[in-house]
Design a protein around this ligand. Structure first.
Ligand SMILES: [Zn+2]
Length: 527
């Protein structure tokens, strides 16, 4: 029997004929849109005072020597309660070195020691801080340690100047920027420049620790003095080369937000026993299952709440590939791309658009023949804008079936009825949540972008998201406009030098960074 018309399978051909005109119109529209995308790069801002009239006061060879000497003082970061007398001596020496090397700045600016070892330098403008909000530049005096000094091409605390580079720990992170800021202010003072607006320089002493006591003390001082800043510029993203396939021009990324950072702790407990009779619960087995479930969690990828949508929109008109322009330039297509693109295809983009969970430590077991009754794991969580630490804690706890406990309850017998517990602690002043997202549609952002485009001829500028944490996160209560940017040209192979082996800065980058800070000060004073 023939099926009735009602149930006959319809042929796809007529359907295609019906849809074809719509598809043609849609594809034509997307391609037309892609080919006519206008550039949204901001124009360069030329300082009112000619740059060379100030840079003529910069002694670039001396600036290199000063950075070299700064590197030779090993101000290795520690928690405040772990500083040895040697460490404190190094910090003291570093402060003494700055005062000795920059007498012009020392005499013209107010120098204060804050929180024991951090420095706050205030350059008073001719107008009050209430009528003309001041600007804050940040850097830090401390550096991370070195595990394997013998593997370095040049000893890590030698500050060797060779082959167009200054070598050593802290050159990139971030003594190069600290010295550049001071040289820029020194040159402006020598050129007789007197700002209308006040400028502050804050140099923390333990930025590389979560405790970051220096930034906490500085922030408290700003609050006490009712200081608010027009904008804050801290270390952050670089001028990257070839980080995005197809984009040949250097790309200056201004970090307008940073991801949150939380360490989750998972603990499994069981009754234990002898290894010869492994039939009771085993804490390591329980913990392994929990850790494996954490690895299976797929946090949502989205462009909705962070700055990455704006980054892609900035890149779209500059991209040479039509398909890339079409996808990146359409928020609809770009959103779907980040949702379906496997993280392995573009780990960088994946990390920028979602919360990431990485189990980094695991401990448990007492002996080879003892069934473990207690095991713990730590999960490093980097939280995207739009999510909070509490939300992440809850969905991880649900996925592994763990009881959420307070950090101070973790060893308590009250929780003994649950074999699996989870908690986090958030001690530092930055908190665990992602920072607020500063707008890229402000006068302050335009001044930064315009100054970058003045100093770095062909650079594109775009807002982006910082994966790591900076002192800037501590200062969110004293400014709405917090930007994280360090003008160093970084190639993909150089990224590992930061906190890693053979850290170095190109002398040209140091020179240009001085020009950048002079330009920003002049342009920001004219806002
Ligand atoms: Zn740093």
């Amino acid at each position: 029997m023939q099926p009735t018309t009602k149930f006959r399978k319809s042929s796809p051909i007529p359907l295609l004929f019906i849809l074809a005109p719509f598809l043609v119109v849609l594809v034509s529209y997307v391609l037309y849109h892609a080919t006519t995308l206008p550039s949204i790069q901001l124009p360069e801002i030329i300082p009112a005072v000619p740059l060379h009239s100030v840079t003529s006061y910069v002694n670039y060879s001396l600036a290199e020597l000063r950075l070299s000497e700064a590197v030779r003082i090993p101000t290795i970061s520690k928690r405040f309660d772990e500083f040895t007398s040697d460490d404190l001596e190094h910090l003291k020496r570093f402060r003494g070195f700055l005062e000795r090397e920059f007498p012009t700045v020392r005499n013209a600016l107010n120098w204060e020691i804050v929180g024991g070892h951090s420095l706050l330098l205030s350059w008073k403008g001719s107008e009050g801080v209430d009528t003309n909000l001041p600007i804050l530049f940040c850097a830090h005096q401390d550096v991370v340690g070195v595990d394997n000094p013998g593997d370095w091409d040049f000893p890590p605390f030698s500050g060797a100047i060779k082959g167009g580079f200054i070598h050593g720990r802290g050159t990139l992170d971030v003594k190069g920027m600290l010295i550049s800021q001071l040289v820029a202010v020194e040159a402006l003072l020598k050129a007789g420049y007197r700002p209308k607006r006040s400028f502050y320089l804050a140099f923390g002493h333990d930025e590389e620790t979560i405790a970051s006591e220096g930034s906490k003390a500085l922030r408290n001082l700003f609050i006490e003095r009712r200081l608010r800043f027009k904008f804050i510029l801290d270390e952050g993203l670089p001028i990257s080369n070839r980080m995005f396939p197809g984009i040949e021009a250097p790309l200056a990324l201004i970090g307008v937000a940073e991801k949150g950072m939380m360490q989750l702790h998972i603990r499994a407990r069981s009754s234990g026993g002898h290894g010869s009779m492994p039939f009771s619960d085993n804490a390591v087995h329980m913990l392994s299952k929990a850790v494996s479930r954490v690895a299976d969690i797929k946090p949502k990828a989205t462009l909705a709440d962070g700055p990455i949508g704006d980054l892609l929109q900035s890149l779209a008109p500059e991209h040479p590939w039509l398909l890339a322009r079409a996808v990146l330039g359409s928020s609809f297509l770009a959103e779907h791309l980040v949702r379906i693109l496997p993280a392995k295809v573009s780990p960088g983009l994946a990390a920028m658009t979602r919360t990431t969970l990485a189990t980094t430590q695991i401990r448990g077991g007492l002996g080879g023949n003892v069934l473990p009754n207690d095991a713990t794991a730590s999960v490093n969580c980097r939280i995207r804008p739009g999510e909070t630490a509490e939300e992440v804690l809850h969905y991880v706890a649900k996925a592994i079936g763990a009881l959420i406990v307070d950090a101070d309850q973790r060893g308590s017998n009250d929780t003994a009825f649950s074999p699996l517990t989870i908690w986090y602690n958030c001690d530092g002043p930055r908190g665990c949540d992602p920072s607020p997202v500063s707008s890229s549609n402000t006068e302050a952002y335009r001044v930064l972008a315009g100054s970058i485009r003045h100093v770095y001829d062909n650079a594109l500028v775009a807002p982006s998201l910082l994966m790591g944490a900076t002192d800037a996160a501590t200062y969110k209560v004293v400014s709405d406009n917090i930007y994280r940017f360090q003008p160093i040209r970084l190639w993909p192979q150089d990224v590992a030098r930061i906190h890693g082996l053979n850290e170095r800065i190109a002398t040209k980058d140091l020179h240009d960074m001085i020009g950048f800070f002079i330009t920003v000060i002049l342009n920001a004073d004219n806002m």
